[in-house]
Design a protein around this ligand. Structure first.
Ligand SMILES: [Zn+2]
Length: 520
């Protein structure tokens, strides 16, 4: 339910998502007073910050502070700007494209550097229309309000129009702050090859090669640098192999795609350039200004242009393609890697617990502790049972087979299909991602997040957790949830595979499916 004019509202006390402890960011100048008043033990090296003080924890009553937090709880009206251009052939198939317009202060980098690219893109499409061209599908351009406080403008709009969006939306393409550097795209893995094709067609403003070639070169060199993590090494290997598409990263949260992907199950992308501008330090502050952005983050606005060319192509290819742009093998293979990861995570947890139990049995924590400055005992880890991953394992096998059959059938027969069948296939592809939604959503008061594959982590802020119901249950020692959510993920992937089979049946036509009744 969107927070529209007449919507029923919870009181603050009744709202389970408003935490009971007030949280307030403060400046380092204020923090220094509090931190330097602490007199307890010197904290471990990894807890220390950059202030010119010795960092202590705890201490005496002298370090007690009385803090009053005043919050403005009044209701404010948000203004989303929604521009719709009706499609000439498939008006009920929508391509959604958005960026927020609100900023914490001036917001030159965040969000306006992405927003101007979206405006440029819309202007170019407007010029095409003046020349007599019409998009085949409906384009919906969305300029969001209230992103910074809590993705509010996009969330309320998505909730208000949920039923219609679930019927009509094919994709949501998001941008936000943008900077000089390398193309970065996160999103639904069925869209991986479509994004990769667009990236090979956009020219990098600094080097003249494609933005795909440039990001591949960057990933290759970064994977060889000291401190490269496992993922960077893996991406570097893929980037070095020209037969492979550059991989998408999974979406967590922190911008307006959340409602579309994680609540409504609409395939989503988040697109931006970055890595070479010097934007550090001004994020969300009064120093994120036009002067700063134009001088240090994207001089000459070259990458605003590159972004408009990238997202403009994504929008137009989705709106003009006769056939689905999805390639489901990429999704199936990616989910298989997530399954491997959670299985390894469970094994690692089990080994850690076994090792710790051995240390407790040998009284090792007590005996190794400094008796004059005790750190106390660690919290005992819970014994880790063996989980039933079979529902996901079986569903992944099925998903891989269905994806392979779909991709092959579409490649072989797609082009020759009648226009009506092509249209139906695109519509079905738009709905396919919704199979990943499961009631009652994620546990722990996070039922709003219904996508069983992609979610922001409960404690990771912007970071993604894939197969979140299982991964976070293992991390948090909620063992019964592991099996419960493994079953739900299995169901979601099977429902997804069912839709792919529906697509294969459409491609093969009634005569083919009559020959093989019930073939799955
Ligand atoms: Zn932003």
């Amino acid at each position: 339910m969107g927070a529209t004019d007449g919507a029923k509202r919870l009181t603050r006390e009744a709202a389970p998502t408003i935490l009971k402890l007030p949280v307030l960011p403060i400046s380092y100048g204020d923090a220094e007073h509090f931190l330097s008043a602490l007199e307890g033990r010197v904290v471990p090296a990894s807890w220390r910050g950059g202030l010119a003080i010795t960092y202590h924890a705890g201490g005496t009553d002298a370090a007690k502070a009385h803090i009053v937090v005043k919050s403005d709880w009044s209701l404010k009206t948000l203004y989303d700007v929604v521009a719709v251009m009706k499609g000439s052939e498939h008006p009920d198939q929508w391509v959604l494209r958005g960026n927020h317009h609100d900023g914490w202060v001036f917001g030159a980098s965040d969000p306006l550097s992405g927003h101007v690219a979206m405006m440029a893109e819309a202007k170019a499409i407007g010029q095409l229309v003046k020349s007599g061209w019409r998009p085949k599908r409906t384009l919906v351009y969305l300029s969001w309000d209230g992103e910074e406080p809590m993705l509010l403008g996009s969330t309320e709009w998505a909730e208000t129009h949920a039923a219609e969006l679930k019927k009509k939306a094919l994709v949501y393409i998001n941008t936000d702050g943008n900077a000089r550097g390398f193309l970065r795209v996160e999103g639904s893995h069925s869209l991986e090859s479509y994004v990769a094709k667009v990236a090979t067609d956009v020219v990098d403003p600094q080097t003249g090669v494609s933005v795909d070639a440039r990001r591949r070169a960057h990933a290759m060199t970064a994977s060889g640098s000291a401190g490269a993590n496992e993922r960077a090494k893996e991406v570097g290997k893929i980037a070095a192999d020209p037969s492979k598409d550059y991989p998408l990263d999974a979406l967590g949260s922190g911008s307006d795609y959340s409602s579309f992907l994680q609540h409504l199950g609409i395939a989503s992308l988040n697109v931006g350039y970055g890595g070479e501008g010097s934007g550090g330090g001004v994020y969300h502050s009064a120093y994120d200004t036009w002067e700063h952005h134009s001088k240090f983050v994207d001089p000459g606005f070259a990458y605003a242009g590159a972004l408009a060319k990238t997202t403009g192509r994504l929008v137009l290819r989705m709106s003009e393609a006769d056939l689905p742009v999805q390639r489901y093998g990429d999704f199936a293979n990616t989910v298989a890697t997530y399954l491997d990861e959670v299985k390894k995570l469970a094994d690692k947890k089990r080994e850690e617990q076994t090792a710790q139990a051995r240390m407790f049995a040998a009284n090792a924590f007590k005996l190794s502790d400094d008796p004059t400055l005790s750190s106390g005992l660690p919290t005992p880890l819970k014994a880790v049972p063996y989980f039933n991953f079979a529902p996901i394992e079986n569903a992944v096998v099925r998903l891989k087979a269905s994806a392979k059959a779909y991709d092959a059938a579409l490649a072989a027969k797609g082009a020759a299909l009648p226009a009506a069948t092509k249209g139906k296939l695109v519509e079905l592809a738009g709905r396919t991602e919704q199979a990943l939604l499961m009631e009652p959503g994620l546990p722990g008061g996070r039922g709003w997040y219904k996508n069983m594959i992609y979610a922001p982590g409960r404690l990771t802020g912007y970071g993604a957790k894939t197969l979140p119901g299982v991964r976070e249950a293992i991390e948090d020692e909620r063992w019964t949830d592991v099996d419960t959510y493994a079953a739900m993920i299995g169901k979601a992937l099977t429902a997804y595979a069912d839709r792919l089979d529906e697509g294969v049946a459409l491609i093969n036509g009634p005569s083919a499916s009559a020959k093989a009744p019930g073939a799955r």
